[in-house]
Design a protein around this ligand. Sequence first.
Ligand code: NAD
Ligand code: TDX
Length: 332
Amino acid sequence: MARLLVTGGAGFIGSNFVHHVVQNTDHHVTVLDALTYAGNRASLDGLPEDRVAFVHGDITDAELVDSLFADADAVVHYAAESHNDNSLHSPRPFLDTNIIGTYTLLEAARTHDRRFHHISTDEVYGDLELDDPERFTENTPYNPSSPYSSTKAGSDLLVRAWVRSFGVRATISNCSNNYGPYQHVEKFIPRQITNVIRGIRPKLYGAGENVRDWIHANDHSSAVLTILDKGTIGDTYLIGADGERNNKDVVELILEQMGQPRDAYDHVTDRAGHDLRYAIDSTKLRTELGWTPQYADFESGLAATIDWYKANEAWWAPSKDATEAFYATKGQ
Ligand code: NAD
Ligand code: TDX
């Protein structure tokens, strides 16, 4: 049994990870989360109190972070400002949390010699052409496009520097787009599902040809546990499940699965600097560490996600109006 400190554990992927850890291991988890607009304490409801503790605090609070590292065996770092559209509107919190926050954690990892796993994104690699036969690998040069992805790229480079300069025992994973329960309604898939539930037409940026490589959040969690267990210190692992689809196809599938005409959506103003395509080659993780995704069927994973949002309106309703009001100011 290990004591895991999970930053951002009240967010989308972090909370899915905490549920996954409780169900699949005997580790104890302490969640450190600032409960920003994106964090939701209710995402951890139902978890046993003897397995999961919650600390409300900020990853830039060096004193708090230091005390929590002292009591942990390993740290998994999910906390971030995570939404590209917000980063185009108000970049500063992205620098504070993604850069200074990660720096603060790395300093504590160094002081206490703690195993550290840094959660990052495939967006650090920029984007691909639609017809490019290559996918991102661990050797693809960094080329981030947005304030969000550039701060994630910066945080990755800090981790690499703390490994090399100070011997911090860290690994990094860069994952593709996640879907599943507990995702904030600002993000593409939950926004469209909850729009349909509310009788609002789904909103597709631009022509909708942009491709994302979808992976279920549970597969992300199993990959992270595998890297924590078997990963090589200092290494980067790409996480992906061969789930490339363009946005138009995803919107049409959501509408079809929710009993609506497939064309009942609107094209809206495109995202500034919108990355065209992400695609992950996860050969290293699969061959070196023996990981395989379990949720290969996107249609059934999406149907289960739609069912979750239908059954959990109380979880997402408080955020919906403010989210749509923000998008409306941008014609989106
Ligand atoms: P999210 O926005 O749903 O959750 C972020 C969590 O971090 C929230 O609970 C928030 O309260 C917390 N947080 C934010 N600032 C904090 C601070 N200063 N101190 C403490 N807690 C703070 O994000 P997500 O989609 O779950 O993403 C989690 C991680 O995974 C991020 O690092 C993101 O870059 C990465 N990632 C996300 C995706 C995706 O598809 N969503 C894909 C690849 C990687
Ligand atoms: O209403 C929308 N309409 C639309 O067409 C929204 C919200 C999005 N989109 C498009 C933009 C993207 O091409 O859908 C795609 C997915 O958008 P997001 O859910 O905002 O995700 P993305 O920008 O791809 O980034 C996500 O994956 C990588 C996460 O938010 C990041 O945290 C992660 O690093």
